[in-house]
Structures are given as structure tokens and as C-alpha cells.
Design a protein around this ligand. Sequence first.
Ligand code: NAD
Length: 508
Amino acid sequence: MADTPELQARKTIHVGGEWLEAVSGATREILDPADALPFVLVAEGDEKDTDLAVAAARQAFDGGQGVWPQTPVAERAALLRRVADLLVRDREDLGRLEARDAGKTVEEGRVDIDCVADAFRYFADLVAAEAPGRVVDAGSPDIHSVVVHEPVGVCALITPWNYPLLQASWKIAPALAAGNTFVVKPSEITPLTTIALIDLLTEAGLPAGVANIVTGPGHSVGARLAEHPDVDLVSFTGGLVSGTKVAQAAAPSVKKVALELGGKNPNVVFADACATEEGFDTAVDQALNAAFIHSGQVCSAGGRLIVEESIRERFVAELARRAAKIRLGRGTADSVECGPLVSEQQRTKVESFVASALEEGAVLRTGGKRPEPSAQRPATGYFYEPTVLDACHREMRVVREEVFGPVLTVETFQTEDEAVALANDTEYGLAGAVWTTDAGRARRVAGRLRHGTVWINDFHPYLPQAEWGGFGKSGVGRELGPAGLAEYRESKHVYQNLAPKPVRWFAG
Ligand code: NAD
């Protein structure tokens, strides 16, 4: 991929095995969020490109014997493992590309690529180890009854900008493992690593037409994919507003819909977790990580600190002190700990949340502004200081809505019931954590939290083997784990009568 704006990359639409420019010839500049300068030009596809890509995916799915859906499971698994190996080979380049495109540190980019490789390996292992079908006891030796799994068909995979390749891999790996063909539409502002992955899939031996990509905006490419009559499934990761539109657009054609949406994730800290210096240090450190990694642009970001009143002052003071020391800068620069926000639009949104919180009575403990420019922080970059807002309450917009930026709100509780009520008081339900040394309390609170992932004395880890997804408006369906594969399958019951006889229900 070119590292200059002169751009060999304008052919970024992949249809039926060919790299193409947009039918309209339109292009889009991809900006580096650290300085707002364009560094690659990509094709700006629209409905026409989308229709071509869907047709290619349809042809690759329906094309008869020898095509991907009929490829033996062992071969599909082997291909996914080759993709994982290629990701490891290209880890440094891909990690740097992701860092530059999405405004991460290079180390975050590398970790993302490791996680992408893990997803490919996990789904390879999962399908390879499976029995081909589940035999059902029909109660008669004359009946052979088996439930088998088949691919859904053509999958539309729509992804966001915060973890571009990781979110794509959670869809692409199970979709391929299950034998589907797909059209992926990455976020229009961070498409570069997903484009690169298509080349790796080809290098690993995936037949032409199985993997297609259309770069372009949500309102044209994404919307067309969601409504397209030849698409059998749409899997979307992104915000609540776009996700609702996707579900509405998909409804008339009754396609399968999976939605991974936002979160408003509580991090509940009981005083007992901070009874020792080590416990206090760990809980503060992890609260910092929960809220500010990738500048808070994480669906599971722990942006809502819910801390026991008795330790609030000490905890928040230390948290604010450490937040103020986070080193912001261009993610590719050495010693930088946190990159910029992804776009000016995102920074403006974060600023409006902070302004409204202060108007509603929140107390600013640190941050709340753009940092001074420096050698590692160009004035044109979309930087924003890690921000801690104390004295928040549940009626505030900043407490209710997803900020998706480096903003931590502080609420307090006195009893376990209050803590649980605050943690569950959100229309979302993606993830949450509880910090306590009391094992009984940990189990009780974890059991009562209405969130798809609950951490006890930790924040953020996930496992490819464990389902990821949300309660409430955090979405529909699950990614990862066996359920993340099941999303991409239809179940078929094959009932065979080995000794057929007349039923004689009707006299004649
Ligand atoms: P977004 O909703 O703006 O965009 C996501 C994708 O949808 C993009 O590719 C976009 O082009 C496309 N899109 C936009 N409008 C569309 C439409 N009408 N029809 C079809 N596609 C459309 O989200 P974003 O700003 O890119 O990402 C941030 C959001 O993603 C946050 O809300 C975050 O919580 C969520 N997210 C969730 C998870 C999860 O696992 N639950 C993971 C990562 C991000």
C-alpha cells in the first residue's frame, strides 16, 4: 500500500477476484487522524458497485459443485489457518497501517493483528473439530434423523472504524468457516487493513468471488447491502442509529440480521477492592485502562465509574492524576500512550458531551480540552485530553449516551443494591465490571448485571472461545464462540424413512 497521497490504491473495490475503481470513478482521501493529512486515496463505491459485488458473491455461492460452500470442512479450516499465518507474517506492516488509519499506537495495532489471527485460528479449529451432524433419536429403527448445518448464503458484513480489521475478522472468519460468500463494507474512514486482508485471503487460496469488498459510505453501500434481495444475512457492527436503519432496511427481505452496537459500560468499584495499597493501585490502573485505551473509542469502554462513596475522593483524585499524565500523540511516535480521536466529527461530538455535562453540574477533575500541540502532537490532529467528570448523575446526557471518546464519568453508591441499580440503568448492555475481594458479592453482582460480558476484578479481556455481544440496545446475536459461528449457518433437519408405508389418514 502506498504511503503517499499519490496513491496506487484507488482500485480498492474487489469483485469476483478483480481489483476495481468505483463505477462512478469517485474517490475518497483517507486521512491520518494524527495530522488530518490524506495519505491514501480509495475508491468511493456506491449502489452500483454494491450490486456488482453482491452478484459476484451470489455466483460464487450458487455456482454448483466445487465451489466454496461444498469445499470440505478440513480444506476450509486449512485455508483459515493459512490466513492466520499470513497475518503473522505481515503483522508489523498491518499493525502500522491500522495504527495510522485508525489513530492507534503501533503497539495497539500489533495487538489487533494478533487478535485477528487468533480469530481465524479459533474458527478453523472450531469447524475442524465438529461432528458433521447431530443424529436425533426418532424413536424407531426405521427412521434416520439428522440435523446438519449449512451456510446461510451471501453475507453482507458492515464494520466500524474503531477496530477495523478485528471487527471484520469476527465476521469474515466464521462466515468463511461456515462456507458462505461475502461482501464486506469497512468504515469509509478506515478501510485500509480490510482491503489488505482481501489480498491475504486470495494468497491463501480462496477462490475468486468468495470474498468481495466495496469501499464507500454507509448511506449508499451499507444501505444497499442491508436491503439487497440477494443478500441472505447482514452482520453489522456500529452505532445504534445506523444499526436501527440496517434492521429496518433488512426487514422487507426477511434476511438474517446480527447487530453489534454500542455500550454504556459500568465499572463498579467496591471499597474492599481498595483495602490494600496493591488493590487500590490495581483498581485505579484498570479504571484508567477501561476508560482511556484507544482514547475511549471502544464499544466496551468503561466510561462509567461507579465507585463506593467511602473511597470516592481518594480514588478519583488518583485516577485524575494519572489520567493527566497519559502521553498523547501520533501513534507511530515512540513513547506515546494514546492516539488522537478518529475524526474532527468525533472530537466535536466528545466536546459537546463534556460541555453539556458541565452545564448539568458535573465537576471537571482533569482534561476537558484539546491538548497543546507538540512535536508528537500536530496542531491539526484530532487530539483530546483524557477527561474525568466527577459528581455525575444518571439524568445527565453524558451518563446515558455513548460518548465514544476519552471521557470518564463518576457516580457513587452506598449499598450493593444501589451499585447494581446504577450499573443496569442503561438502555445498552454490552459489558461491565465489578471490583471486590468478597467472593460472594462478586458472584451476586455479576449474576445481577444485565450485560453481555461481565468482568470480575478485570476489564476488557475477551476470548475468541467466549461469545461477545450485548443485552438490550447493544445488539442482536453474538460474535465469537460457537454462537458466533452459528450466526452464519442454517440448521437443516434431514428425516429419512427407511421403510415407508402408507399413512391412511385419508380413506380414499
Ligand atoms: P457507525 O454506525 O457510524 O458506522 C458503522 C458502519 O456502518 C460503517 O461502515 C458505516 O459506513 C455503516 N453505515 C452507516 N450508516 C449506515 C446505513 N444507513 N446502512 C448501512 N450501513 C451504514 O459506527 P462507527 O462510528 O463506525 O463505530 C462506532 C460504533 O460502533 C460505536 O457505537 C461502537 O460502540 C460500535 N461498536 C460496537 C462493537 C461491538 O462489538 N458491539 C464493536 C466496535 C464498535
